[in-house]
Design a binder for this molecule. Structure first.
Ligand code: GLA
Length: 718
């Protein structure tokens, strides 16, 4: 057992800002899949609620749960007054959980500082963009850049790390909770100006990249530069996002440094990412890079599970670190923060959980086990009621727990496999959202319009879709890359993408690709900027479209469809650049102009699609591109309501695949899979079909919201 570092050593780790040690994967080996909940023992102290902890943990155990997250909002209970710590209650809760075979993830409590702290150290409070200083009474009132706050965070984190870093029942740590609000106070503004100085070195360089001659914005001193998050110079706005990312990253790194120096290498470090996965307060690739594991909070909110969109968000999350992840929070049937907090239908909560697992989640935890008797979330969905008795959703979650008991060993170590990827980056998201030019250009919807047909193509051959960062992800393994909104393309990135195409990859650029450089300045070549040469063409003009009329487009083979929202006219400038789509007659500036062009380079190709197409035309276009790129042909034909997720792993030269079928509808559906399968869940039968035919197939009948988990007989690697 390694020697436990002293508190002093841990604080030294903070002061010298030790860069976090390499991300450890020790925790990963054959980790069982986890199911659990957020539990707040500090809200139910044994002296006031005798036996409550044990009753909670007993019910959790009966629901087959094997993990709880505790502590992320417990600072005032862990340090009731400055330098007076009480960690005993947490130690007792962890020990009791161990007796119920329930492991623990500890949240560092730095998202909600105690009143004594912010009242004694007011510079720890954050300031909103409107200049209003945040105050105690809620959460996220702290200033993420405040050195005082960070010093005080280091003290409590060091205490926790020292006490629980070697506790065998603690399997991981969550830093803070959903990094959300930055601060606009004068001290942080000065840090932003220093950040710019470090980046641009000279004001001349900054003035040039931000074109500050425009509106006489020219800066003659760094202290003149404002810090705004809206309405400002696009160069400044993008750099502010980089500053926010860097500030959260250093906030996180300081805690990682302290934890890393104290905890067992088998204890992982993560943070739970909020904003329904789609938030872009900061660069998620940068923030998760320092973590062992990415985790997010997967909520539906109002309405019901939108299967395609939620699948996409889970693939986005998996792409942050390009590995399986945790769903650190999801709703036990309902939330409290949506305009209408309706309940999910019976079975829908379980289906959501299985969808996340199908897309790479190795754990699903519910928020929350039980609502506090008072506080801002009394109405949130929970698993047990205020008296600790199970609520109706308990049975459904218990069923999910039982599912995992039966399937965890087959699923452990497996992950979705992909042959195609969508390129997604935050600079491009920010650049377009700063200036959408059309209120209808919703980037999440644009991504979903490309993701849905691509995901259907991938599913039909038992694969998944990766959504990855073009700047950091290895690309060569992908047969086809699609970039729906890659607005910012630097020369470096262009070089990476051309190299990908030259080695035989197929790249489809979507609208607005490469309009901007890494300073959010317009690329003089026009879209696709530094890729115009390789494409052998470029955008002549772009047009925001009114909702009606839809614009007709036609392909040389006669295929037709429509374009909406955004349209770019293209010019093919190289003799070997092919025109794939043209805008129809009677469309003003667009009439007869190319809407899509492609150039073959070696055994690869690069295409530019300058508009958003109607679903059928886009699907057929992507199917053709996938086939030409050598993506595995469709093998499975499923009803549209049934989703197929496949997780695989290779071991001892054999591929191990687990097929997960999810019926996302309220009516029964049958699915036939080619191949012979074993059902791992007792209520679902895999019936051999087409015995006579050369390729065996299996029929699976799924009830409404039904789930099937099937294993395929192991087969040697082909
Ligand atoms: C977020 C937070 C939780 C809780 C839930 C409510 O995800 O992390 O503390 O507020 O939302 O849905």
């Amino acid at each position: 057992m390694p020697r436990r570092p002293s508190l002093l050593l841990l604080l030294v780790a903070f002061v010298i800002g030790m860069a976090p040690a390499a991300v450890s994967q020790a925790f990963r080996t054959a980790a069982p899949l986890r199911i659990g909940a957020a539990w707040y023992p500090e809200q139910w102290p044994p002296d006031k609620y005798p036996g409550r902890w044990d009753a909670d943990l007993t019910l959790m155990q009966q629901a087959h749960m094997n993990v709880v997250r505790i502590g992320e909002f417990a600072w005032s209970s862990l340090e009731p007054s400055e330098d007076h710590y009480d960690l005993d209650w947490m130690e007792q809760a962890i020990a009791l959980a161990a007796r119920h075979h329930i492991a623990v993830v500890i949240g560092t409590p730095t998202d909600a500082p105690p009143a004594w702290l912010t009242s004694k150290y007011p510079d720890t409070l954050g300031m909103n963009a409107d200049g209003r200083l945040r105050e105690h009474g809620g959460r996220r009132q702290f200033n993420y850049a405040s050195p005082t706050y960070r010093r005080l965070c280091a003290l409590i984190v060091a205490r926790l790390a020292e006490r629980f870093g070697h506790n065998p029942n603690v399997i991981g740590w969550q830093i803070g909770n959903e990094y959300t609000d930055e601060s606009f106070d004068p001290a942080t503004r000065a840090r932003f100006q220093q950040f710019l100085h470090d980046k641009y070195k000279t004001l001349a360089n900054l003035n040039q990249h931000w074109s500050t001659a425009y509106w006489s914005q020219t800066y003659t001193d760094w202290s003149q530069i404002p810090m705004v998050n809206a309405g400002g110079n696009p160069g400044l706005l993008l750099d502010h996002k980089h500053f926010v990312t860097a500030t959260w990253r250093s906030f996180q790194r300081e805690q990682i440094g302290i934890l890393r120096a104290a905890i067992l290498p088998t204890q992982f470090i993560t943070t739970n990412i909020g904003g329904l996965g789609w938030s872009d307060n900061w660069d998620h690739y940068a923030i998760t890079a320092d973590l062992d594991l990415a985790s997010w909070d997967n909520y539906v909110g109002e309405g019901h599970l939108q299967a395609a969109r939620n699948a996409m968000l889970n693939d986005l999350v998996r792409g942050w670190k390009r590995q399986n992840f945790w769903v650190m929070e999801t709703e036990p049937g309902s939330v409290n923060w949506a305009p209408i907090n309706n309940a999910l239908d019976p079975g829908e909560t379980r289906a959501l959980a299985w969808q996340t697992i199908g897309h790479g989640a190795d754990a699903v935890l519910y928020w929350q086990w039980c609502d506090a008797l008072n506080g801002q979330e009394q109405y949130h969905g929970a698993i047990v009621g205020p008296a600790g008795r199970p609520l109706p959703i308990y049975t459904e979650i218990q069923q999910l727990g039982h599912d995992l008991d039966l399937t965890s060993s087959a699923l452990a170590g497996t992950a979705p496999q992909s042959q195609m990827a969508i390129l997604h980056d935050y600079d491009s998201r920010w650049a377009i959202d700063f200036q959408p030019h059309s209120k209808d250009y919703d980037q999440q919807q644009v991504l979903l319009r490309f993701y849905t047909p691509l995901n259907a193509i991938a599913q039909s051959s038992g694969h998944a879709i990766d959504i990855v960062d073009p700047a950091s992800a290895p690309l060569d393994a992908y047969k086809l890359l699609v970039a729906p909104s890659l607005n910012v393309i630097s020369a470096d990135l262009a070089g990476r993408l051309v190299a990908y195409v030259r080695q035989g990859g197929h790249l489809i650029l979507g609208p607005r690709a490469g309009m901007k450089d890494e300073f959010n300045a317009v690329n003089p070549q026009r879209q696709p900027g530094p890729l115009a040469g390789a494409l052998g063409g470029h955008v002549v003009q772009y047009y925001a479209l009114l909702p009606a009329p839809l614009i007709a487009v036609t392909a040389p083979d006669g295929a037709t469809g429509t374009a909406d929202t955004w349209a770019e006219t293209l010019a093919a400038t190289a003799p070997d650049t092919r025109i794939d789509l043209v805008y129809g007659p009677g469309n003003g500036w667009l009439t007869g102009k190319p809407a899509m062009i492609t150039r073959t380079i070696g055994s690869g190709s690069i295409s530019y699609l300058g508009t958003l197409l109607s679903p059928d035309l886009l699907r057929s276009l992507l199917q053709r591109a996938a086939a030409q790129a050598g993506v595995a042909p469709p093998a499975q034909h499923l009803p549209p309501e049934v989703e197929l997720c496949v997780r695989a792993a290779t071991s001892q030269g054999k591929i191990r695949r687990v097929f997960i079928l999810i019926n996302h509808s309220d009516t029964p559906h049958s699915a036939t899979l080619s191949g012979s399968f074993l059902s791992l869940l007792p209520d679902i039968h895999a019936v051999a079909a087409g015995i006579a035919s050369s390729t065996p197939s299996t029929q699976i009948d799924l009830p409404p919201q039904g789930i099937a988990v099937l294993t395929q007989n192991s087969e040697p690697i082909r």
